[in-house]
Design a protein around this ligand. Sequence first.
Ligand code: GAL
Length: 882
Amino acid sequence: MGSERRTFLELLALYLFIQFSVTTANYFEPFNVTYDHRALIIDGKRRMLISAGIHYPRATPQMWPDLIAKAKEGGADVVDSYTFWNGHEPVRGQYNFEGRFDLVKFVRLVGDSGLYFLLRIGPYVCAEWNFGGFPVWLRDIPGIEFRTDNEPFKSEMQRYVTKIVDLLREEKLLSWQGGPIILLQIENEYGNMESSYGQRGKDYVKWAANMALGLRAGVPWVMCKQTDAPGEIIDTCNDYYCDGYKPNSPNKPTIWTENWDGWYTSWGGRWPHRPTEDLAFAVARFFQRGGSLMNYYMYFGGTNFGRTSGGPFYITSYDYDAPIDEYGLRSEPKWGHMKDLHAAIRLCEHALVAADSPQYIKLGPQQEAHVYWVNSSLSENQSTCSAFLANIDEHKAATVNFRGSSYSLPPWSVSILPDCRNTAFNTAKVGAQTSVKLIENALSPKRSMPELVMSKTEVSSFSESWMSVNEPIGIWSANNFTFQGMLEHLNVTKDESDYLWHMTRIYVSDEDIAFWEENQASPTIIIDSMRDVLRVFINGKLAGSVDGHWVKVVQPVQFPQGYSDLILLSQTVGLQNYGAFLEKDGAGFKGQIKLTGFKNGDIDLSKASWTYQVGLKGEVQKIFTIEENEKARWTELKPDAAPSIFTWYKAYFDAPEGTEPVALDLGSMGKGQAWVNGHHIGRYWNLVAPKDGCPQTCDYRGAYHSEKCMTNCGKPTQSWYHVPRSWLQASNNLLVIFEETGGNPFDISVKSRVSGILCAQVSESHYPPLRQWLNPDVIDGKVSIKDMGPEIHLQCEDGHIISSIEFASYGTPRGGCQNFSQGNCHSPNSLSVVSKACVGRNSCFVEVSNSGFQGDPCRRVVKTLAIQARCVSSSTVGVSQF
Ligand code: GAL
């Protein structure tokens, strides 16, 4: 008994010790952050830092822990985010730090996981976010001019920034309080706008800097794209490449606040992709040439839920081609290749921070080395070093000689040699797996999705019936007002809705009708300038639609004799988020509005009497919520009903089983907004991308720009919409859709997204795996690399295991993911070796060597191992994961 008890107590003590050490390891002791010309100095030590951009409101709090864990596993040291003023202060003086806007919770989660935080307060942030983050009420402050030396603006900006810094301090989130925040940003890329504001712009920069410093936050501040960042404020670089960036003082470190690893897209646009090899090249070059902190914009882009997307015309997805996709899944090979890169850079960190500057060695016309010595005062054979060898030739590989050895460098690549001898990583050699996402149907698929493979599961989960109710066209409530003249859109809507109805009455005489018949003409509405969408209705019937960004409208219309209601519905699709003088940009119409072609001349509609109505009836009545949806007079929709415009639809659906992310396929709909259980999942619009402009293959070599590697030509820009799991219950989820242009709700389906297929291909000439560096034999303080062959690492998403190997060939396999075939050389053991190592596991390693495959299948041939594996949820095969 006694011994049993002791064992129990011992176990308890061990458990508590583990718990305690795990928890304490995740909290910081208070530490200071300073900097010198080389790096940030954290707790007295220079650090090389990798940062992962994750905007907290573009995910749900339930997604945050996993995103942060994936950033950490991917090798990040820091998480970065902007703050979003219009989310935090939707009404002046009424703050919101709840739900997706729970900044404190997000920063804490990051700190709890042992990562640092870079908080870019802004408050102007750009970010493809509605109005660049500014609350729309800011326009209404008398005398305000944004982002310049203007007292009303400065006072509002100071109030918000102070509020945020006070919050950070109260919650002990700053480094010297033991919190994770090591760096803050004021403003955002003001350098791009400064010249538009003349001297007042320059004064504003100084004011912003002093205001920020005056808040005594106790950590350094940065200003990005601000070459005149004053005093202690560090000017940082935002670009596709930032190697060679020199801050404006020799005492400031080189920091890259935005490494654009992809790009955003617009409705009707193609999808930009930044090649993984080029992204790795850019990062390696940055650290090679003296950079010290790099942030991926974005590491996870996420979703513009609700009406948060900026614009005009930015889509709801903010996937960004980031290493973690919109749904929170790893996007491979980007995530894995960057992880390997980060590990290689980490192996060099001791040398990178030890050297004040690298030794530069020209290796060839377009080849160069930068060597970082740990202790350059010692002789070469006593001192250790790390080196980066670059080949910036966009076309050709090069063989270079470095310290007596020969290295072959693919074009546009960097090799990283943590010990100045062995290559741990080359940016152009992707050993990481590729993953193909499967979309599992919870309802029969009616269309196929590019780059996604449909699985065969078909489980109907939508309620049999759809209900619908029409949205009235025009003035629908007593809550309208009449005004002589045309008002500016945002002045009326305050951006509480995308929609602003304008109604006026037009009289058409017999003479007008005769005049039109005689001349075979019709009247025309002319608007000097309009954004984003205009719909014209005459007597309740749609007469025309126009969309564009400050475009001229010339819309022929027809009127019957007598009085007609002319309705102009002006709509926004994301407020402007970039440019100078944002407060003046507004929305709706600008200039003259007239009706031409009448017998007695033009009618000046700018001076007409207009009745205004903000928003949709269903929107204002909140018929998309569980509580209020019964308020509308829903009627059952017949499956053969013709598509109808300005219609609300509702149906109930069951969540797909499992824990995988969920998407709604709205490809059968036109344009509108959708809500699930009252949560606004965003705007949708079924606009198709141009047919051309997507290359067959994407060449990673040479400088990237957002037009370079586009996909999705000729297809709708977005038809899948993320519905976060936490917004769903198992069954009876209420889906409400507002449809403007007509669609078929019966074809809407709900699906779950999983990484279904993994592929990888590594040659025996690839360098040995990085993991052997991480667990090296250390002899006399020097790293010795074991003679290990390269390997393939496969990893399914959490909760998933490899169920089968669909292809494996060690030899000279041909083709690529999903069309591999055996070549002339093939080891007969391929499938059995790979299956033995991988099937039934979440992750596995397979060595790419003759010994791994029990013999050489063909001599004097460089062999490659290609694998295609399938992942399934571990619950479906009844295997529990530990
Ligand atoms: C930058 C800006 C970011 C984002 C990015 C494009 O210029 O600072 O907020 O808008 O461009 O995605």
